[in-house]
Design a protein around this ligand. Structure first.
Ligand code: PA5
Length: 495
């Protein structure tokens, strides 16, 4: 098996289990640390024993893609996300502009040509994927850059994910201050509203307020909603779709989330692709990464299969080694929003029937100065999944010499920021290994669309496989309905 931090080849995302595996073979002298590792690391033979089960679950997950008659007790069965990236690419190659990807690219271009700021409304699966892509793949200060440095891409603001009066008020104030004359492109803003059900209250309420704002602003010019609103919603029973029909929103302003793709699995539908394309991310590379990961999941033997290895490690450590907490340790600040996306993916997919791991996203090295203490010496109730980059996007910055050497860093003058990160990573892995804290590593060849496509598809597939191993339906989120029911009855109650 690969060593953690070994550069991945062929642009492939790799999963490494070395630092959580323990083998009874070989003559390792007895030490307290070795005894602890024997207790807390996965036994290599136990992992091997899982091979037939993993192959069986893989066949089941693969077969779910083709089921048309679905027994009620299997519902929901949102396996549509598995093949979708490959289908979209195939359709784009054969139908070009008339395909879904072609339509997305065309509308993205239209939006870029008309607006300097775009507000994306949505919550949960209708927001977190797009945000993860934006934060990981654009410069951190995209919105602060002048237009020409943004290469014509508008500023993007994510809202509609809370009932936060102040946060939405801040955004409206920003739009009012910055946008005074709707005839100037730099003073125009557009709205992309995303909701599969079309009735989520957080998104609907924000849409109402921004629609009112937009009406006041654009009616100065006699524009109507079609001029600045794009809708991404489900095929059926969506109030948002009904609204779009009522106001006769142009057909090319409306995108559909396929019926058999659940919210948190929808990043490779227009939900993630349209916002990504608006800011000029390469959505075909993103889809290619996801499609290649699906292929590897379907074809590769268990010992080389990133999805099955990740799912097996999570399942075994959670159930047989009593590690209910799962820390996704992201070794890049730009991956923080991928962490939020992952927390939702795991919590909503696997937190059912009193079971499932608790996901915790952590940005390193930042959180080594907070949670790090607990990971090292706290309860043995967790394992870590490190997500590392084989190279940074920008050229490494050297520390260099300083005459006063105030920080006493001159001996490190030839080290770069990348060297510091690598030393921190290696040091952390070593410290946790010595303390018998199990760790998995996922290495990304680069922080680009192709790697992110692979990573996100790998995490989605692994979550589905783990759900099947746990005998939990990973699709649907019945528990989320409870708060909504009480909230709605409180809101509609007569005083
Ligand atoms: O994963 C899910 O299905 C949920 O997190 C939804 O994405 C979230 O509740 C938003 O739902 P909707 O897109 O219907 O507004």
């Amino acid at each position: 098996m690969d060593q953690p931090n070994k550069p991945a080849s062929n642009g492939q995302v790799r999963v490494h289990l070395d630092r959580c595996l323990w083998s009874a073979q070989g003559h390792v002298p007895w030490t307290v640390e070795e005894e602890l590792r024997a207790q807390h690391f996965l036994r290599a033979d136990r992992l091997r024993q899982m091979t037939p089960v993993l192959n069986e679950v893989r066949s089941q997950v693969a077969a779910d893609r083709y089921r048309s008659q679905i027994p009620p007790e299997w519902e929901p069965l949102d396996a549509g996300f598995i093949d979708l990236p490959g289908h979209l690419l195939h359709q784009y190659r054969s139908a070009g502009e008339n395909s879904e990807v072609g339509r997305i690219l065309k509308q993205a271009e239209a939006i870029r040509g008309r607006f300097e700021q775009v507000v994306v409304l949505g919550i949960g699966g209708s927001s977190l994927g797009a945000r993860a892509l934006f934060e990981a793949l654009k410069t951190r200060y995209h919105n602060e850059l002048p237009a020409h440095n943004r290469l014509g891409a508008p500023r993007i603001y994510f809202e509609g994910d809370n009932f936060d009066n102040d946060a939405l008020g801040d955004l409206i104030e920003l739009l009012q201050v910055r946008c005074v004359d709707p005839s100037l492109q730099e003073e125009r803003w557009g709205l992309v509203v995303i909701s599969k059900s079309g009735k989520t209250l957080e998104t609907a309420a924000a849409f109402r307020l921004l629609r009112r704002e937009g009406h006041d602003y654009y009616s100065k010019r006699g524009d109507w909603p079609g001029a600045y609103v794009w809708v991404i919603t489900g095929e059926k029973d969506s109030r948002l779709r009904t609204w779009a029909e009522q106001v006769r929103l142009p057909a090319d302003h409306v995108f559909t989330i396929p019926e058999r793709v659940g919210g948190r699995f929808s990043v490779f539908t227009p939900v993630g692709l349209l916002p990504a394309a608006i800011v000029r991310l390469d959505i075909t590379a993103l889809l290619q990464g996801a499609a290649d990961m699906t292929q590897r999941f379907l074809d590769e033997p268990v010992e080389r299969n990133p999805v099955l290895l990740l799912a097996a490690a999570g399942y075994l450590l959670g159930t047989e080694y009593h590690k209910p907490l799962r820390v996704l340790a992201l070794w890049s600040s730009k991956l923080a929003a991928v962490g939020l996306w992952y927390e939702q993916l795991v919590a909503e997919s696997l937190g059912k029937q009193g079971r499932g791991p608790t996901p915790i996203a952590s940005v390193h090295t930042r959180d080594l100065h907070s949670r790090g203490q607990q990971h090292q010496e706290g309860p043995r109730d967790r394992f870590l999944i490190h997500v590392t980059l084989d190279k940074s996007c920008r050229a490494p910055m050297l520390l260099g010499m300083a005459d006063d050497d105030a920080e006493q860093l001159n001996p490190l003058c030839r080290k770069s920021y990348v060297d510091l990160m690598q030393a921190a990573y290696r040091g952390t892995v070593h410290a946790y290994y010595q303390a018998a804290r199990p760790q998995v590593a996922i290495s990304l060849p680069a922080l680009d669309e192709y790697s992110l496509g692979q990573l996100m598809q790998c995490l989605m597939l692994a979550t589905v496989v783990e759900g099947r191993l746990l005998q939990i339906n990973p699709y649907g989120q019945p528990g989320v309905e409870a708060y909504k029911k009480h909230m709605v009855s409180l809101l509609y109650a007569k005083d």
